[in-house]
Design a binder for this molecule. Structure first.
Ligand code: SF4
Ligand code: SF4
Length: 422
């Protein structure tokens, strides 16, 4: 797809500004009503989805050209998809898709901000996200008895993802996941080279060629395994395998599950049973890539019928974020003895982003931190003593942001708490 393919969507924008807020019927309190971190921070219409769509049509019509300022606006967005679900509460139009395409057209035109170029170059060198710690691939498994994906008779591939595999601060998530799979008696293997990026970040930064190359290498790494299921604890890998690969016509012939979905199944079937009490009051942060952005991709090919109304032939089903992974992590937390789960004002498809998405943590750390601080305050307002999430990127960003704030809130992954309870 190209930006031109979304002309009809962009021209449908009524400048109603609903993409800036949680839909009114879903608002739970006066304080936490924003859904777009970008416009909330920069307070100017151009930094909202509606503003970016207006810029997109102006680009297509050559009323404006690529400039440093335009690229700065396009990349100061977490691609969190909050705008997309809020807009679709009332309308049938794509909002996030053209935002992805605007980034791709910036890369094609050679018009990306210096901070973005640096990040892209770095991830090309590393074949990983740019925030690499320097740890060697596979080090996270030291001392664990884990085989690879090509051993005979395995059922499951565990894919920790490059962010987790190469950052010692996140190894606890991968090690807890391995421990739980072993306790449940699952025959699984870990992909050699699973610290290579799935390609999701390249896609989000607008580097389509890099995405295709990285995705094909990932598929080649997994293709000879006898496993029928891939389990990942990374929400971004999950979204790449499940949504982006399908969207780009790439086939990963495996059932893709996030670790929370898989553990929920294992708890349901009695293969795992939490017995140790964890006496905490926790709140759950829905990662964008597991929630609204993790909703399965729905292919559609057809035309829009002429006329003022948005009618499609054949009828088009829009992804509205309602089919993301929301219940599995909550089911797990609710099964842990002693644990009380309390909800924030903005949950599920209307959750506020952690701030790290879309490369913003690397390219504009102040904005990323500002966004996380709002979420941490929202978490504190529930009276919880810990924030639990299911995405290593969110976890690390929240922990980084908490450093030096004096806040007592702790941050965990669902797998870490479940492992402690078993
Ligand atoms: S993108 Fe959607 S919600 Fe935002 S201004 Fe346009 S029509 Fe309104
Ligand atoms: S993707 Fe997120 S940050 Fe970007 S415009 Fe939409 S709501 Fe705002």
């Amino acid at each position: 797809m190209a930006l031109e393919d979304y002309r009809g969507d962009m021209e449908t924008c009524t400048r109603c500004s609903l993409c800036k807020f949680v839909p009114l019927e879903q608002v739970r309190g006066a304080k936490y009503v924003n859904i777009c971190p970008s416009v909330a921070r920069y307070n100017f219409h151009a930094y909202s989805a509606g503003g970016r769509l207006a810029a997109g049509t102006a680009l297509l019509d050559k009323r404006i050209g690529y400039s440093e300022k335009l690229a700065e606006v396009i990349y100061n967005c977490q691609l969190c998809g909050g705008c997309d679900v809020s807009c679709k509460y009332a309308l049938d139009m794509e909002v996030l898709e053209p935002l992805y395409e605007m980034r791709a057209s910036c890369v094609e035109a050679g018009a990306v901000p210096a901070s973005v170029k640096k990040m892209i170059d770095q991830s090309r060198d590393n074949r990983q996200l740019s925030t690499r710690s320097g740890a060697e691939g596979g080090q996270w498994m030291d001392g664990l008895k884990v085989g690879d994906v090509n051993q005979a008779g395995i059922d499951v591939i565990y894919y920790p993802g490059c962010r987790t595999g190469c950052d010692p601060r996140l190894w606890g998530i991968a090690r807890a996941t391995v421990s739980l799979l072993q306790k449940a008696g699952i025959r699984f293997g870990v992909a050699e080279g699973a610290e290579l990026c799935c390609g999701g970040q390249a896609y989000r930064m607008g580097c389509r060629g890099d995405f295709q190359k990285q995705a094909q290498e990932s598929i080649a790494m997994l293709i000879n395994s006898t496993a029928h299921t891939l389990v990942t604890s990374c929400a971004e890998c999950y979204q790449a395998f499940k949504v982006l690969y399908t969207r780009c016509g790439l086939q990963l012939e495996l059932e893709v599950l996030h670790s929370t979905e898989y553990f929920d199944r294992l708890l349901e079937s009695g293969q795992l049973t939490p017995l140790n009490a964890i006496n905490r009051r926790v709140t759950y942060h829905d990662p964008c890539h597991l929630g609204r952005l993790g909703e399965p991709y729905i292919p559609w090919k057809g035309t829009q019928r002429p006329g003022h109304m948005r009618l499609f032939d054949p009828p088009k089903e829009f992804r509205r974020g309602t089919h993301g992974v929301y219940q599995s992590p909550r089911n797990i937390l609710n099964r842990i003895p002693g644990l009380t789960l309390v909800e924030m004002d903005r949950t599920k498809e209307y959750a506020w982003c952690c701030g790290a998405g879309g490369g913003v943590k690397e390219t504009n750390p102040d904005f990323a931190q500002w966004t996380a601080l709002e979420r941490l305050s929202e978490a504190e307002s529930t009276g919880a003593d810990a924030l639990v999430t299911a995405c290593p990127g969110c976890e690390r960003h929240f922990r980084d942001t908490l450093t030096g704030t004096g806040k007592s809130l702790q941050v965990f992954d669902v797998a870490e708490l479940l492992e402690a309870a078993i």
